[in-house]
Design a protein around this ligand. Sequence first.
Ligand SMILES: Cc1ncc(COP(=O)(O)O)c(C=O)c1O
Length: 444
Amino acid sequence: MNNLSNIIIDLIETAKKHEQYRSNECINMIASEGVKSPAVCQMLDMSHDLATRYAEGDNDQQGHANKRFYQGQKYSSKIENHATDAIKSLFNTTWADIRLISGTHANTATFKGLTSASKNNKMVVTPLSCGAHISHDYTGLAGGILGLQNANHVYDIKEFNIDPDKSAKVIRATKPGIVTFGGSLFLFPHPIKELRDVCDEVGAYIAYDAAHVLGLIAGGQFQDPLREGADFITASTHKTFPGPQGGVIMGIPDTVAKEKAVRKIQHAVFPLTASSTHLGRLPALGIACLEMKIFGKELSAQIVKNAQAAGQYLYENGIKVVAEHKGFTESHQIALDIRAFGGGNKIAQEIEDANIILNKNLLPYDDQSDKENPAGLRVGFHAVTRHGMKESDVKYLCDLMMDIIKGKRTPEQVKVDVIALKKGFSQVKYGFQSVEEALKYAKT
Ligand SMILES: Cc1ncc(COP(=O)(O)O)c(C=O)c1O
């Protein structure tokens, strides 16, 4: 047997093991990872031909396929238009672009487009240390690839939010072309309303990165960025929004400035950043939109209730949960300061050893250069909620985590209980079990 054969045998075996491990034996609390329903998975499975096709071209101001440079688009353009219209309908927007394959790509095109539209390469963003995504930062996409000059919002560490008055001063002094909101460690709605006027004063577009909270927004559970004054939303379609992996940009271009921005963003999508747009995910994205239309409100309300209940329970049991004076969170995640028990690195690993998967996280007051020694853990509740957990289940899960955090039991001992718990929460709730079922709902 040659070397390649051995690699492939092990690759296939390992891929099978991964599916069994993460799907059936682990409880997932990574705040950026969603759960697709059986219907979404089945639709992906039914879209293999689409997943091999190209659809390069331009879109119009509704986000529909306009010019296409390949033949054979009889159905694929219609599919793209329907998926675009599904997301527009769910979020009540008049324009969307779903061609980019992740949130980072959506940010690339949006930042590039808004920089060209404003002819201004300065951007005011949340500090990376306070929860912004690396793509917003001068050390990431914004600075490293697009060459943008960043200034930071002033962040109030006690409130775990942007300080609107102090940030207004930064915006006035910087006169940026773009101001961003949204982030990865994201507990409370950002002050868009409070900063809209100052953005108008300096002529800045507001781009809201909803990668983490898109599902909550769909369920009416978090802030409504476009109605609060954001010009554009960028997001992933696979975090709290339970679709296939992908990216989306949305807006309501009701002014000349926003129409111009749409044209520039579209140009930044194609030809500047996309060629293959991974069409195979689009019918499944449409099904996820219908699921969120029907179940999104109930699902997101339960996600936030679960996160808040866990925050309160951990706090009452001696764990430092940040933002206690604000009820811990209004989103799908909470942040723990776990220094007293050995720090994020040690505890995240021990919790992983018990088959609960979450991530260590630098907190705003950590030494940001010491990435291997974060104080915090970021804990997400949308996956467990989608699998049907309610507050009492989440408290039991917290008990299991605290057994490890406080050294009462070894990870190996706790793992047995985690696997047993997972067995009771293996199905996907708040979604369709098949494409057939989605069709039935769509027809009623
Ligand atoms: C706020 C935010 N924006 C963008 C991204 C990037 O999204 P994607 O992984 O879809 O590229 C992330 C990833 O977690 C994020 O947290």
